[in-house]
Ligand binder design. Structure first.
Ligand code: SF4
Length: 338
């Protein structure tokens, strides 16, 4: 099987283990980790540690709150004309979409006066997250790809508080010398059959805290003899950290599906349900690996053959809440401006 498949299995199993270990925070995967060039770096997994007002964030909405709405010049007091509150540097279409979304998920409420739409925040945006840990998954260090450049970017930008490399390989001194000193290293031991799998994390090296409150340097493009960089001011980094935390809150790590194939069954690793293929003998990525071109593919007859509610599982196992007080209030029809 291609390396990406095994990396996918490794990543899901590690996320399951992190979630089981840390019942208070948020674990998510595949989130943008750059500022100047969004999409230039994707963090495999992130762990968001809760801040003092975490419960207030949980009560607002289960979804990601658009950053434009958080940055809008309006609080929970007097409602203001929506066009007057969105940031000047925001394209009008994006601003409109953000306002709509903020109303839909219950962060804004609106009222109409003289044919104009006025908005206000339902509640003040809380101080809900603390440290953010980025985890780069590279189960096989023999196939490192861009690993060194990625970790150098993470350290020099310092968008997250800590960066950790997680691998299954034996980690040699030569490996450690090739990656920045600030990066922590975990060797993950995955032992036993899938349903009894024991994931042990051996800490090979502790991470060092990164200067998230200072400006960072983001490498953009490497050309022969030079690397173009962008200096990212601390205020922009703070906003990017908030976006990252919000995306993690709304998205989580259960962003996978189950293939319509009889070889796949729901397996349990560290208490989480994962798509395990008996034919391939591993957790599979349905969107990348499954379908008629797979020699082991046998279509399921009944859609209900795989009946898994991943959202309910996230609700049950983590502080994230699918049906928070804010949503219930909107659905009850008590919203004055709904
Ligand atoms: S299509 Fe079926 S047999 Fe092939 S990898 Fe996916 S679940 Fe396994």
């Amino acid at each position: 099987m291609p390396a990406s498949v095994s990396e996918f299995a490794f990543e899901l199993e590690l996320c399951a283990r992190l979630e089981a270990d840390d019942r208070e925070g948020i674990v998510a995967r595949q989130l943008g980790g750059c500022v100047a060039e969004p999409g230039g770096r994707v963090l495999d997994a992130v762990r968001i540690e809760p801040g003092p007002e975490f419960d207030d964030r949980v009560a607002i909405a289960s979804e990601t709150i658009p950053d434009v709405a958080i940055a809008a010049d309006v609080g929970p007091g007097r409602a203001r004309y929506w066009k007057d509150v969105v940031p000047d540097d925001c394209h009008p279409d994006r601003a409109r979409r953000a306002v709509e979304r903020a109303c839909e998920i219950g962060f804004f409420e609106r009222e109409h006066r003289n044919g104009r739409e006025y908005v206000r925040q339902v509640t003040r945006y809380p101080d809900w997250y603390d440290r953010i840990v980025g985890i780069e998954n590279k189960p096989d260090l023999g196939r490192p790809g861009d690993l060194e450049a990625q970790l150098r970017t993470d350290v020099s930008l310092a968008l997250v508080d800590e960066v950790i490399l997680a691998t299954e390989s034996y980690v040699t001194r030569a490996h450690l010398n090739r990656i920045p000193d600030a990066v922590g290293v975990w060797r993950v031991h995955r032992d036993g059959p899938i349903d009894e799998r024991d994931l042990e994390i051996e800490v090979v090296r502790e991470p060092r805290s990164l200067p998230v409150e200072e400006a960072g340097v983001e490498p953009l493009e490497s050309l022969p003899g030079r690397t173009d960089v962008a200096v990212v001011p601390s205020a922009e980094k703070a906003r990017a950290r908030r976006r990252l935390a919000e995306r993690a809150y709304g998205k989580g790590w259960r962003t996978y599906g189950f293939p319509d194939c009889t070889a796949c069954r729901a397996a349990t690793v560290a208490g989480a349900t994962l798509p395990y293929c008996e034919w391939a003998d591993r957790v599979v990525d349905a969107s990348a690996d499954c379908g008629e071109s797979c020699p082991g593919y046998e279509p399921v007859r009944e859609a209900a053959d795989v009946d898994v509610d991943l959202e309910a599982e996230r609700d049950r196992r983590t502080p994230w809440t699918a049906d928070p007080a804010g949503k219930r209030r909107r659905q009850s029809g008590l919203d004055r401006f709904g």
